[in-house]
Design a protein around this ligand. Structure first.
Ligand code: F1P
Length: 330
């Protein structure tokens, strides 16, 4: 619930940082688990803001399958993301790539006193985020926001920076509205959850899925929104809840998708800058005063709270997911 204040501190840190221009052929964003889902959104945001090739890859792939990702003679920036800075795979990946003159590294972490931060050429340190929970919540939102500010700075995009500056205030005014997430979380007739988001919002849909899985051990899935119609839609019935991360860019298709799912008995919670008259079972209407590419952090608290309320409703301790520790080590 204190994400708005933390986002403001993240803004102040990024505002005062200078970055080298990236004269590289490709940027690879990498991390594990939540930090990998963050990487997948961040890569798409970075590419759409700067026009420079960017992709995301799980940190393990960088040392297990290097030749599928890194081509000799091309220049790369590796952006390593890790709340703890100590997850085994991210350290192994950076160690494995050390000594390659075509590579530079940028670390994004909530703990700058770590081997990952020491190994990187430059560090974005969000040490004000000291989450005690196993499950990542505000660390995800803040690291995502930091990478959006980074992309806008790299592109000298005053308009994006001005819009991103509004994000902490928008989160502050929307975070207390828990009605839609709580009523869905409390509805025990819904036993199957699907999260849909496309483009840079697909990483958010995957992260929302992981939150629900970690906090409640519910089997749930995520898809790129329209992909859901190509097969997975066959599982929809009255026990299915679909959470759609809508955007202005996808508006022409979002309403039809909702209708298709409702026709099959599915229950829809739509979130985003929904136009007047948009129909869904439940709605969380988010501002359209900032562009799709800058609005991501505003969706996150509601998605995290859905998992939190569901965990409480089911009698689980959301801070103690089964089979998971705060840092996963090999
Ligand atoms: C990432 C991670 C999370 C997971 C759990 C343990 O760690 O594996 O994905 O949900 O919170 O940590 P990190 O590399 O970002 O510290």
């Amino acid at each position: 619930m204190n994400q708005a204040d933390q986002l403001q501190r993240t803004y102040d840190i990024l505002k005062n940082m200078d970055f080298d221009q990236n004269s590289v052929d490709q940027i690879l964003f990498t991390g594990c688990g939540t930090s990998f889902y963050l990487a997948s959104s961040a890569a798409k945001i970075y590419q759409s803001v700067t026009g420079q090739f960017a992709a995301a890859v799980p940190a393990s792939e960088l040392f297990l399958h290097t030749s599928t990702l890194i081509v000799p003679d091309k220049k790369y920036l590796i952006v390593g993301i890790s709340r703890s800075g100590t997850t085994s795979e991210i350290i192994l990946a950076l160690d494995h790539l050390k000594g390659n003159d075509n590579l530079r590294t940028l670390a994004l972490t909530c703990n700058s006193n770590t081997p990952m931060a020491e190994a990187a050429d430059q560090v974005i340190a969000l040490d004000h985020i000291s989450e005690k929970s196993v499950v990542m919540t505000q660390s995800f939102t803040n690291m995502l926001y930091a990478l959006q500010l980074y992309a806008a700075k790299q592109n000298n995009s005053e308009q994006d920076l001005a819009q991103l500056k509004q994000v902490p205030g928008i989160v502050k005014s929307t975070i207390m509205d828990e009605n839609a997430t709580k009523s869905l979380a409390d509805d025990l007739t819904k036993t199957r959850f699907i999260f849909l988001g496309s483009g840079s919002y697909n990483g958010l849909a995957k992260e929302a899925t992981l939150k629900l899985k970690e906090m409640t051990q519910t089997e749930c899935e995520s898809y790129s929104s329209l992909e859901f119609r190509h097969g997975p839609i066959s599982i929809v019935d009255e026990s299915t809840a679909v959470i759609l991360l809508a955007q202005n860019e996808t508006a022409a298709y979002d309403q039809e998708l909702v209708k298709d799912i409702q026709r099959l008995g599915g229950h829809i919670l739509a979130m985003g800058p929904l136009a007047e008259g948009f129909q869904a079972d439940e709605q969380i209407i988010l501002t359209d005063e900032i562009a799709d590419r800058n609005r991501h952090a505003v969706y996150m608290p509601a998605l995290q709270l859905l998992a939190y309320h569901r965990a409480i409703r089911l009698g689980f301790d959301p801070d103690k997911p089964r089979n998971l520790t705060q840092v996963v080590k090999l």
